[in-house]
Design a protein around this ligand. Structure first.
Ligand code: SF4
Length: 277
């Protein structure tokens, strides 16, 4: 199946392809919404997803200038977990944010071969010394190993897209990859953020990696993944005859835990077209 022209790749879709080519096809090419749950118990999975989204919204409102007192007052009837995450954010968010110019919930798009690569940052912070911090707020209950995070598609895609498409935040000049840092900040582990410095060498490595991956997708016939492991937490498992019931929430990999992540299907195509290159 040919990829539509200007197909918008994202870290989520590339990650899905790496996990299972068939999942990529069903979700992004066939756009098949399959009514299954990813993990059981569903009530708890939905609660965690809602809390993660509430936390992201809260932080975004703070970053666009709403007073701490106002936001804290909103939380009087909120769940304890959300109130705890908020207090941790206030006490332990990266100090550099105080003097930075902040761009929360920013979506950028860069060309990638004949297609487009989208990245939506929870926050881009431009520091007075010319450094650029991409910050991703995480509410997952587990924190992956640093080596695992380093290999994540997200850790490659976000700095790459900023280096490619961030000139508007650097007086019209391309951003030097060495000025970019990617930080994962965990509400459950507020003293243990993971920071990854970028560089020209990593930019070139990622360009090759992403180009190869897109070429692979272009030529793929989207087979089912060999291992049945990813199917336990996949909404398409009954469609693919890979089981009827969802795997336990406790065994969900951290990158798949309920959280607020970019869902390209949720963006309408006009909105994508307006996103700056
Ligand atoms: S159920 Fe398994 S084979 Fe089917 S799309 Fe999901 S991960 Fe792939």
């Amino acid at each position: 199946m040919p990829l539509p022209q200007s197909f918008p790749f994202s870290q989520s879709s590339l990650h899905d392809f790496e996990t299972c080519p068939r999942r990529f096809k069903l979700r992004y090419l066939d756009r098949l919404r399959w009514p299954a749950v990813e993990a059981e118990p569903i009530v708890e999975a939905e609660r965690l997803a809602r809390l993660g989204q509430d936390f992201h919204r809260l932080v975004q409102q703070h970053l666009i200038g709403l007073e701490v007192e106002t936001l804290t007052a909103y939380l009087t009837s909120a769940e304890d977990e959300l109130r705890t995450w908020w207090q941790r954010y206030l006490a332990h968010r990266p100090e550099a944010l105080v003097t930075a110019t902040l761009h929360p919930e920013l979506t950028l798009s860069a060309p990638l071969r004949d297609y487009r690569l989208l990245a939506r940052f929870d926050l881009l912070a431009v520091l007075p010394d010319g450094q650029f911090l991409i910050i991703d707020w995480k509410t997952s209950r587990q924190k992956p190993q640093r080596e695992h995070l380093a290999r994540r598609v997200q850790t490659r895609v976000y700095p790459y897209v900023l280096a490619q498409a961030g000139a508007a935040f650097n007086q019209g000049q391309p951003i030097d990859p060495a000025a970019i840092k990617m930080i994962y900040w965990y509400a459950q582990f507020p003293n243990e953020p993971e920071q990854f410095d970028y560089s020209l060498q990593l930019f070139q490595r990622d360009e090759q990696f992403l180009s190869r991956l897109v070429e692979q997708i272009k030529n793929s016939d989207f087979p089912l993944v060999e291992s049945h492991q990813p199917c336990h937490h996949c909404v398409y498992r009954s469609y693919c005859n890979r089981g009827d019931s969802a795997g336990p929430l406790t065994e969900l990999p951290p990158e798949a835990e309920p959280d607020a992540t970019l869902d390209v299907l949720a963006l309408d195509w006009e909105q994508i077209a307006e996103i700056q290159f």
